[in-house]
Structures are given as structure tokens and as C-alpha cells.
Design a protein. Structure first.
Length: 68
């Protein structure tokens, strides 16, 4: 499988970060960050996609970002 690159600029230079976010209702009111995501971003143009950390693995996330 060939990697296509970023869908916005075509670059293949990516980075990842893990982030946590609040949900809605009481978790938002008390700032409880119970949603975990991995963000894959293009280092050239900044385009980013969020992937649910509970269902995605690191190796598959980059493939999804490139449209694989």
C-alpha cells in the first residue's frame, strides 16, 4: 500500500499528540476530562484529525490519516 500523504497539501511529514477533553453535562461543569484522543497532524500545513484513543492503535492511525 502506498502512502498518499496529507489530503490538504500532500506532505508525508506527520506528528501525533494525545489529548483529553471534557464531555457534556456534569463532566463539562466540573472539567472532568474523560474523553481521550490521538491527534494526527500534518507538520507542513497543520491539518489535523482526531481519533478515539479507545478504538485506534498507533500504527493504524497514520494509515487512516493518509486515507489507507
Amino acid at each position: 500500500m502506498s502512502e498518499k500523504g496529507c489530503i490538504k497539501c500532500g506532505s508525508r511529514d506527520t506528528g501525533t499528540k494525545d489529548v483529553a477533553m471534557t464531555g457534556s453535562g456534569l463532566s463539562k461543569m466540573f472539567d472532568i476530562q474523560n474523553n481521550s484522543f490521538t491527534v494526527v497532524f500534518c507538520k507542513k500545513c497543520g491539518y489535523s484529525e482526531f481519533y478515539n484513543k479507545k478504538t485506534s492503535t498507533a500504527s493504524n492511525i497514520i494509515d487512516l490519516f493518509f486515507g489507507g
